[in-house]
Design a protein around this ligand. Structure first.
Ligand SMILES: NC(=O)C1=CN([C@@H]2O[C@H](COP(=O)(O)OP(=O)(O)OC[C@H]3O[C@@H](n4cnc5c(N)ncnc54)[C@H](OP(=O)(O)O)[C@@H]3O)[C@@H](O)[C@H]2O)C=CC1
Ligand SMILES: O=C(CO)COP(=O)(O)O
Length: 339
């Protein structure tokens, strides 16, 4: 396999797990973290206990707090910080690339929408990184909890780029026997799928905590996927993307797994915890919380009915009782399916 120099920006659970996959494939890996203590731990003990417990990481992962050193000579840069840090980190990346006079493929692995602008991670990166420093832009999406990837559960994801040759380069660098990468060219569909499923996963956790069974979960998944697809259509996304890994695949993984930060948050909302309590308890980013607010705004702006996402908004941002929110959903005017 061709060895590629890959830089990973963000040493949380997903950045560290992706760095580990890339390192297992024999690539040369630099992992950028903004905290020196994280870098020290990864370089000396090959663990990242805060995010991945006792899992031992590949010894060939080299961590650094110096972003310029991390990306120096890299062909591919994976951006794996939370949505709220993506623009700021992209600015730092651009500065480093300008100083190095270097151009890279950037892969956004973040799943969310910027609150003020409703932009996707790839759009923020495209706005902040100068074209001469950008060889190509891709997104990595699909059902892939870091906790499963790090213990080699068979995992399938999708590398998505408007330029298929770029998606194929990412596919080649990241694929292995337990991490299978497909390609796609529907960037908007993949990024929307990755962001919107988090809102439905919060609802799934809430259903779970209320003790509802398979009927309610099937209703949530099916109608949730429907409204995700409808919003996707309003963006010109391919409806089939929502039937693939970045859509139903990621929805299933996130809305059924107790590894999911969004699902776990939903359980706590169902138990009556406040937003501050839920965020404090998690200690990791729960992208669906801010995405719920963005989706509430976007659905109105685009004239798309998204009743389940709106119910999650009412529970999170208007403190509505989840049982009342569910009753309200069930009592909406009756409809024909497929409209
Ligand atoms: N976890 C998963 O399984 C998956 C996550 N994702 C997506 O990946 C993205 C990252 O998630 P995840 O890894 O789970 O998040 P975590 O909360 O586990 O980690 C976030 C990391 O980003 C760092 N960070 C936060 N702000 C900044 C900043 N301004 N500059 C530099 N680093 C910063 C944090 O540092 P610090 O430790 O100092 O806070 C931490 O290392 C999210 O969009 C998520 O939806 C996608 C697929 C799977
Ligand atoms: O996107 C993910 C899995 O594909 C991770 O979801 P959570 O952030 O809910 O853990």
């Amino acid at each position: 396999m061709k060895q590629t120099k890959i830089a990973v920006l963000g040493a949380g659970s997903w950045g560290t797990a992706l760095a580990n996959v890339a390192a297992e494939n024999g690539n040369q890996i630099m992992l950028w973290a903004h905290r020196a203590v994280t870098v020290e731990e990864i370089n000396s003990r090959h663990t990242n206990k805060q995010y991945l417990g006792d899992r031992v990481l590949q010894a060939n992962i080299q961590a650094t707090t110096d972003l310029k050193a991390a990306v120096d000579g890299a062909e591919i840069v994976l951006s794996v910080v939370p949505t709220k840090a993506t623009r700021e980190v992209a600015k730092q990346l651009n500065q480093a690339l300008v100083e190095l006079r270097q151009s890279v493929i950037i892969v956004a692995a973040t799943k969310g929408l910027e609150p003020e602008t409703y932009k996707f991670a790839s759009q923020m990166i495209e706005e902040e990184v100068m074209p001469q420093n950008l060889t190509g832009l891709a997104v990595l999406a699909g059902p892939s909890h870091a906790e499963g990837v790090i213990k080699h559960d068979p995992t399938t994801v999708v590398a998505v780029s408007k330029q298929l040759s770029i998606a194929k380069q990412v596919q080649a660098a990241m694929s292995n026997a337990t991490f299978r990468v497909y390609t796609n060219d529907d960037v908007v569909g993949a990024e929307l799928g990755g962001a919107l499923k988090n809102v439905i996963a919060i609802a799934a956790g809430t259903l779970q905590s209320l003790g509802y069974d398979a009927n309610a979960k099937a209703a949530l998944f099916t109608r949730g996927l429907n409204e995700m697809t409808q919003l996707g259509r309003s963006y010109g996304a391919n409806a089939m993307t929502f039937m693939g890994l970045a859509g139903v695949g990621d929805l299933f993984a996130t809305a059924t797994s107790e590894h999911s930060r969004n699902f776990k948050a939903g359980m706590q909302f169902g138990q009556g915890k406040t937003m501050d309590e839920v965020i404090d308890n998690m200690g990791m980013v729960i992208e669906g919380i801010s995405t719920t607010k963005v989706v509430h705004d976007l659905a109105q702006q685009k004239g798309v009915e998204m009743p389940i996402s709106e119910a999650v908004y009412q529970v999170l941002y208007a403190q509505e009782d989840p049982k009342i929110a569910i009753n309200n959903l069930m009592e909406r005017p009756l409809q024909q399916e497929g409209k």
